[in-house]
Write a protein that binds this ligand. Structure first.
Ligand SMILES: O=P(O)(O)OC[C@H]1O[C@H](O[C@H]2O[C@H](CO)[C@@H](O)[C@H](O)[C@H]2O)[C@H](O)[C@@H](O)[C@@H]1O
Length: 383
């Protein structure tokens, strides 16, 4: 990717408002254009006459909300204390033929990695920490922290999260790795001249240890808008029991995990009513969360490419990037690796899901095993 041209002027995707009829509620007039942005960041906003966002074109918001995080699978035991084979187990096992376990395929992965430098990218929620009801309590275990710390000692490692960068750093607390927040719209990476010459979005800063870093924030101009939308969403959802709005700096999460399913349409309506006035914002779906973000052509996939370039590892035949993630937003990163035929995506999921990943892991505990295996392999191959 030509970062000079691409990250200076991310190209807009479409951002039309969502038709309320898709929500089964009253219909909306077409929204007026939002505030103007400086040239360079925002280009044109192609609008679809349907007035339906990309993500909801093929299915309604509510369907997407219902399917956004399948219930945890219960492992059932039979009378003899043996694991009973349920339909779900059979389905999962046949799904694993297409997405084999990265642990069981470890030798295959490391055979391919021989003579290559692995660069590791990981998502946070659902990958390094288990999914919990309260997003403020998504702590990683000490064992996981130790595993991440160790792996980062041997391989360049970055966490790319939907959370704000500060928040994810607060959870992880390790200085050995790189962090990207807001789905890659807030990257703190090493200082590199080749990517430092975008005066609008990329600037020099210092990290918490006083080390020089590059900050890349392609959606910087959206900050006041996101803040305003955050405050409006807090206000409009305050009457919905269980709803929670999280400010992720360049995007906003509206959680409905703890909202009675009967009220999910009310949550969707609140988000919709606000989004209609902001055509430069769009909606994506996460795990029981609606995510409002700028309509710039930037995602976790672009963040991976950006970080590889920052680390001097892009376009190198001897680099093997591996991305581990559990969410729909991680698919952008899986896709970049798959399409460039350059590395592996590993999907963390305990239920079958279509994915651009090549391998799978069932849960964060398996992610930890995988990280430990990478370290042992690296140590033994250095002997
Ligand atoms: O890219 P990620 O690091 O995976 O962040 C995606 C979202 O993760 C968080 O929400 C999810 O995890 C919560 C804690 O387990 C859970 O309660 C919620 O239902 C999940 O959607 C985070 O709170 C969001 O802001 C992130 O966008």
């Amino acid at each position: 990717m030509d970062l000079k041209s691409n990250h200076t002027a991310p190209v807009l995707t479409d951002s039309p408002p969502i038709s309320k009829s898709r929500l089964g509620v009253h219909s909306l007039p077409y929204s007026p254009p939002g505030p103007a942005f400086s040239p360079g960041l925002i280009l044109t906003i192609p609008r679809k006459k349907t007035g339906i966002l990309d993500d909801v074109r093929s299915c309604s918001w509510l369907d997407a909300m219902k399917s956004s995080s399948p219930p945890h699978r219960k492992i059932t035991k039979g009378v003899n204390n043996e694991f009973a084979t349920s339909d779900a187990d059979v389905a999962y096992r046949s799904w694993m033929v297409k997405y084999p376990s990265a642990l069981k395929s470890f030798e295959q992965i490391t055979n391919f990695a021989k003579g290559k430098r692995i660069a590791l990218f990981m998502d946070y929620d659902g990958t390094l920490s288990p999914i919990v009801d309260n997003p403020d309590c998504a702590f990683m275990t000490e064992a996981m922290r130790a595993a991440v710390k160790k792996v980062a000692k041997y391989f360049p490692t970055a966490i790319i999260s939907g959370r704000s960068r500060d928040k994810v750093y607060e959870f992880v607390g390790l200085t050995e790795l790189y962090y990207a927040g807001s789905h890659g719209m807030d990257i703190m990476g090493p200082v590199t001249q080749s990517i430092s010459d975008d005066p609008i979005n990329c600037f020099r800063s210092t990290d918490k240890q006083g080390k020089d870093v590059n900050l890349f924030q392609p959606a910087a101009e959206f900050l006041p808008m996101i803040d305003k939308v955050y405050r409006s969403l807090v206000e409009s959802t305050k009457g919905i029991a269980g709803a929670k709005v999280e400010n992720n700096k360049f995007c906003v999460s509206v959680h409905y995990r703890n909202v009675d399913e009967k009220s999910w349409d009310v949550v969707a309506q609140c988000v919709h009513d606000i989004l209609k006035d902001y055509p430069r914002l769009r909606l994506t779906h996460g795990r029981k969360v609606l995510e409002v973000r700028p309509v710039i052509n930037w995602d976790k996939g672009k963040a991976v490419t950006f970080l590889l370039e920052s680390l001097g590892l892009n376009d190198c035949d001897d680099v093997l990037p591996i991305y581990v993630g559990d969410d729909r937003t991680d698919e952008d990163a899986f896709k970049v690796l798959r399409e460039g035929n350059r590395g592996y995506g590993i999907l963390v999921s305990s239920v079958p899901k279509e994915s651009n990943a090549k391998y799978s892991l069932r849960e964060p505990a398996e992610v930890m095993e995988f990280l430990k295996s990478l370290v042992s392999w690296k140590k033994s191959s250095a002997l």
